[in-house]
Design a protein around this ligand. Sequence first.
Ligand code: ATP
Ligand code: MG
Length: 439
Amino acid sequence: MLLSRFFLPVLKESPKDAEIISHKLMLRAGMVQQSSSGIYSWLPLGKIVLDKITDICRREMILTGANEILMPTLQSADIWKESGRYEDYGKEMLRIKDRNDRDLLYGPTNEELVTEIFRTHVKSYKELSLNLFHIQWKFRDEVRPRFGVMRGREFLMKDAYSFDVDYESSINSYNIMFISYMQLFKKMGLKAIPMKADTGPIGGDLSHEFIIIADTGESEVYLEKDYFSLEDNLKQVDYNQNLQKYVDKFTSFYAATEEKHDHNDPKIQSLNLVKTRGIEVGHIFHFGQKYSSPMNATVSHNNGENVPVFMGSYGVGLSRLVGAVIEANHDENGIVWPKELAPWDYNIINLKNGNVDCDKTCSDLYNLIKNLNKSVLYDDTNERAGAKLAKADLLGLPFQIIVGPNGVKDKLFDLKNRRSSKIERLSYSELSNFINENR
Ligand code: ATP
Ligand code: MG
């Protein structure tokens, strides 16, 4: 991508209304634009990262055998009245009337709608297990939308719903989602920590939140120190095996939020705990027959009996993750993308646009990188060298290749590792070897 052709409305000043670093950096780097309180437009750079996160999540869901569907954002109030949640959900739910005075709502979650789809079509245990997922915008009229996309009112969620004929198989479906979350966060370059959680308005008997550590996280968490050295040598798992032992491994560590943490328990006192802060990026729930009973979503068991189906639901905050990743990956100069989510792998910076040698070398490098199937952003604009370097640090691509009139005479280039800030001076062939080998 040529930067001169890319819509990147970078802000010079730090935005005053942004409280936390990810929000500031997302506005400064032209990733999003607020449209109204807690509601954002995604500009090209933000959209690229949001799509990367979404793709990783979608691919992992498909690996588990889940089926992708797409349910609407607007739902009829009728099914929520059936489940009993229409009144219970409170003011977070945006209620709408259509021209015929029918009650609609902008979905804050989809248990009712997916249960309705299920009960229309599935009647027998023979069609189970089933997991249906979708990736769709949600609306929750949060009391205090803040922190940019991290606590928005409209936000993108991946939500999956599992259906099973009995308790044991529904726990197995829960375990599959649990492990798929560990895998998908790892594939995003993130270390997620599963934590036993409250079930809130979704309800149920078993629930885990997935937290990533960042100083500005909304939840205060206590963690067993050993967690950080846990070698999560979880290769791509085969989802057809029994996953209980993996789940047990990840839940054998002590992890709790401030509210749940019990200071007086002697066992806890003997553990080596660290107190830190975290951001909830995913949440899974096992709630059995909570929705299927009132909504009469039953299946025939192999003993001939009809039973309300056992369910779980599984959310990932895709748009929140964009902010959360930046909270966990930045320095004083800007974003430092994990390589898995970087919008491009390389950033070529032409320090003297218009200089024949610099221009020629940069376009040769640009073609070389593309031919090696790596992605590259080339700053071919006419800005000052200092401004270009600052912008490159702000954008945070893993590697910068800096081409200036001095080095170019000797065919030498600076390769900067954004995370370590280390700069190496390399020849053209050293550079092409590096690009070839590195990813
Ligand atoms: P929170 O405790 O942060 O309010 P929640 O428990 O209400 O979240 P869930 O119903 O578990 O949220 O939704 C699944 C995921 O959706 C959450 O783990 C989170 O990553 C994301 N999410 C929830 N609310 C918001 C929001 N207002 N803005 C952005 N993402 C959100
Ligand atoms: Mg939650």
